[in-house]
Design a protein around this ligand. Structure first.
Ligand SMILES: [Zn+2]
Ligand SMILES: [Zn+2]
Length: 106
C-alpha cells in the first residue's frame, strides 16, 4: 500500500446546480447538477444549466459564450477564459497548464 495517495488540488464541493427556474421561485427550481456554464451577455451575466435546459436555452435565447462546467465555475472572482473554455484563476497552476496545452496544440 502506497501511503502517498496522489490527491488532487482542493476543489470546492459546493453543488453547482442548474439555475433554470421559471418564474424564479424555489418551487420551480430545476435543481439537478449543472453540466454547462452559460454567459448570457458581454457583461458576464451568467448561469448554470443542465443538458436539458442548455438545449432549451439554445433554442430560445442568444447567449454570449458557454463551456462545460468545471470546479471553478461560479466561484468568487473566477475569470471566464474564452479560449480555454473554462473558468479559473490566472495564478492557478491548472489554469496555466491548460493555457500551455492550448499553445502547444495551436
Ligand atoms: Zn435544468
Ligand atoms: Zn465557467
Amino acid at each position: 500500500m502506497n501511503p502517498n495517495v496522489p490527491v488532487g488540488r482542493m476543489v470546492d464541493a459546493s453543488p453547482q446546480l442548474c439555475t433554470y427556474s421559471p418564474g424564479d421561485t424555489d418551487a420551480n427550481d430545476c435543481g439537478v447538477p449543472a453540466t454547462w456554464h452559460i454567459a448570457w451577455d458581454a457583461q458576464m451575466e451568467n448561469g448554470l444549466a443542465c443538458d436539458q435546459h442548455m438545449a432549451e436555452a439554445q433554442q430560445r435565447f442568444a447567449y454570449f459564450d458557454r463551456h462545460p462546467i468545471s470546479p471553478d465555475c461560479g466561484m468568487p472572482n473566477a475569470h471566464w477564459f474564452f479560449e480555454l473554455k473554462r473558468c479559473g484563476y490566472p495564478d492557478d497552476p491548472a489554469t496555466q497548464e491548460a493555457a500551455e496545452a492550448r499553445r502547444q496544440h495551436a
